[in-house]
Design a binder for this molecule. Structure first.
Ligand code: NAP
Ligand code: NAG
Length: 292
């Protein structure tokens, strides 16, 4: 069976925009869905932009049908995770063949749904909500593609506070290895597999990417600076940062992490096991992306 040709991307933010660009570079047909009143998005001229309320199932389904969309890529942010249900209902009505929910982080597939999580902050809630969306896709029999990437390399300076104070400030011991992948590599991978692999290899897939593997502690060496250990991060987004740092330090930031077993997976489920699908590609390192 031939590979997919027609895509809808929902939301064009930090990961959505690079995915749109990468798909356009591969000459795919792309429509961008954006909410009414949302900011203007700078996309390649071949990309159509349609403004539609993501909660209006009939209206979204009409757009998917109009553009003969085969694959929907949702790249909505934390505030939109739960609302993806209406996008899924619309995709189902429009006979979309594959739905890639907004993942693009640590693995969420072994997060016990609704279970209380000892790690504070927004990150674990985000994880649980993402897994619930994947469960919903299964329940309506819509094939999914989930991309686990670990932390975007581009957000490391923000997360560890390097952009504020020139140090690497972390919560916890910071000894566990975590996965870090650049946004451009993630977008390139998504566009490559969607436009080259046969649909059977994409349906109900989980791809575990890893540009580079590092502990939080070892980031100090990369930035050639001290690592400070604190109980919590204060200031703007402090709670989010604290939650993310604890998550990464627990081992759960590795794309091969199995949260149920509290252990690394191996073989075809290992961290970075999907990297090889992008033939001939060399994955960017932390040093390269951040010019360290
Ligand atoms: N691994 C990492 O380090 C990392 C870092 C950042 C993000 N992520 C993940 O990547 C995914 C996308 O995040 P992002 O940072 O790219 O997002 P973002 O740039 O903040 O926003 C993406 C899109 O979300 C839509 N949106 C905003 N508020 C919404 C709402 N209330 N309801 C529905 N949609 C809403 C907007 O669409 P409109 O165009 O309609 O306004 C926006 O373009 C998320 O799953 C996030 O967890 C991972
Ligand atoms: C996209 O189209 C251009 C112009 O026709 C062509 O040069 C290029 O090789 C195409 N790219 C891919 C990935 O097919």
């Amino acid at each position: 069976m031939a590979s997919y040709k027609s895509f809808a991307v929902v939301g064009a933010g930090m990961i959505g925009l690079p995915i749109i660009n990468a798909l356009a570079e591969r000459n795919a047909s792309v429509v961008l869905l954006s909410r009414p009143g949302s900011s203007t998005k700078a996309v390649p001229s071949a990309v159509e932009i349609v403004q539609v309320d993501y909660n209006d199932v009939t209206a979204v389904a009409t757009v998917f049908k109009q553009f003969k969309v085969e694959v929907v890529l949702s790249t909505v942010n934390f505030a939109g995770i739960a609302a993806q249900k209406s996008l899924i209902d619309a995709a189902k009505i429009a006979a979309v063949k594959l739905f890639a929910p907004s993942e693009y982080g640590a693995p969420t597939d072994t997060q016990p749904a609704g279970a209380s999580n000892p790690i504070g902050g927004i990150a674990p809630k985000n994880q649980i909500a993402k897994n619930q969306i994947a469960e919903y896709l299964k329940s309506v029999n819509l094939p999914s593609m989930r991309i686990f990437t670990g932390l975007f390399i581009e957000v490391i300076p923000w997360l560890v506070g390097y952009s504020d104070h020139g140090k690497v400030r972390i919560v916890g011991k910071g000894e566990a290895p975590a996965s870090f992948t650049s946004v451009t590599d993630i977008a390139g991978f998504v566009a490559y597999v969607l436009t080259t692999l046969p649909p059977t290899e994409l349906e109900d897939s989980i791809f575990r990417l890893e540009g580079e593997r590092s502990s939080l502690n070892d980031l100090g060496g990369q930035f050639k600076t001290l690592v400070e250990h604190v109980d919590r991060i204060e200031g703007e987004a402090g709670e989010v940062k604290t939650g993310l740092l604890l998550l990464l330090g627990s081992g759960a930031g590795s794309t091969g992490w199995d949260e149920a077993k509290k252990a690394e997976r191996s073989g075809t489920e290992a961290a970075g096991s999907a990297n090889a699908l992008w033939q001939g590609h060399r994955w960017k390192t932390i040093k390269e992306v951040l010019n360290l």
